[in-house]
Design a protein around this ligand. Sequence first.
Ligand SMILES: NC(=O)c1ccc[n+]([C@@H]2O[C@H](COP(=O)([O-])OP(=O)(O)OC[C@H]3O[C@@H](n4cnc5c(N)ncnc54)[C@H](OP(=O)(O)O)[C@@H]3O)[C@@H](O)[C@H]2O)c1
Length: 323
Amino acid sequence: MAQAIRFDTVGGPEVLRLETVTVGEPEPGQARVRHTGIAVNFIDIYVRTGRYPAALPSGLGSDAVGVVEAVGAGVVDIQVGDRVGYLIGPQGAYSDVRVMPAEVLIRLPDGISDSTAATLMMKGMTAQYLFRQVYPLQGGETILYHAAAGGVGLIACQWARALGVTMIGTVSTDEKAALAQANGCTHTIVTSRENIVDRVKQITNGRGVPVVFDSVGKDTLEASLNCLQQRGTLVSNGTSSGSVVIDTMTLAAKGSLWLTRPAMMHYIMPRAHMLDMAAEVFDMVLSGKIHSAPSQTFPLAAAADAHRALESRQTVGATVLLP
Ligand SMILES: NC(=O)c1ccc[n+]([C@@H]2O[C@H](COP(=O)([O-])OP(=O)(O)OC[C@H]3O[C@@H](n4cnc5c(N)ncnc54)[C@H](OP(=O)(O)O)[C@@H]3O)[C@@H](O)[C@H]2O)c1
């Protein structure tokens, strides 16, 4: 038997319930993983609220680390006792033990604790694919990055610093600004009292930036477009404040801008590529370029409280549930 957070109707955090569920033996191609840490991602809120549809009733979460305690027939590259993590696969990571497709499991290296790994699977891999695949940064650029003190944000700050990129990061409070700067963000804009476009123009001597990474969406879209240089790129990689709708004529009027709305799924496959991406994330940590640990933890049973904190902007960095 296992403890799992499940929901049978979309809605607020109160729809999340802790249930006792049966977890069987792994079938061919599967592995059973006993979790040691479960990452909370903003994407989980999209699933809980129905913005990303799930077949109900459903488990929640797609990002966890743990130890393999059984494997099914035909599983050769993952063994019992392996420390593993994952960031894709069926919903249901909010649980103490579960059966997973073995093909999504990533073996964790010695030297990276479970606690650190729980902050890296989705969040570190997102920084990797944004900066190294979606808009490959060369070093020397000045970029605008929204929610710089968030879960992906704190890793992105450190990755940008390691690449020699000047990051302008938006945050909502002075405390978050200090944290983003301590993690390598060069300039911060405190959105509760500063105008994003004015500050970006001031920092860049009126030039604007070649790329904006915007995970906030609705509330920042207009400013993001107005901060871009001609033929600059808006990477619209999330909608924490609400969905984005753009008339393509706006892209023309504002300087023949490029727009992409990337999804991890299209940058992570096949498995060999996923393992290469993970190896790069782990290398950044093992080489000391990135330090990452949970900024706040909650018991698995308090997943609803973790969601309340994340969606009310009370969190910084990574949030992890402990089974
Ligand atoms: N496309 C992909 O493949 C992909 C993969 C992973 C994550 N993402 C996206 O990346 C973003 C970051 O994810 P995360 O899990 O690390 O979350 P997070 O950044 O830790 O949390 C969201 C942050 O967004 C900011 N925010 C601004 N307006 C907000 C609003 N109206 N409501 C809530 N938050 C608001 C808040 O920072 P301030 O208080 O400082 O403004 C908040 O802390 C999310 O949008 C997520 O969907 C996309």
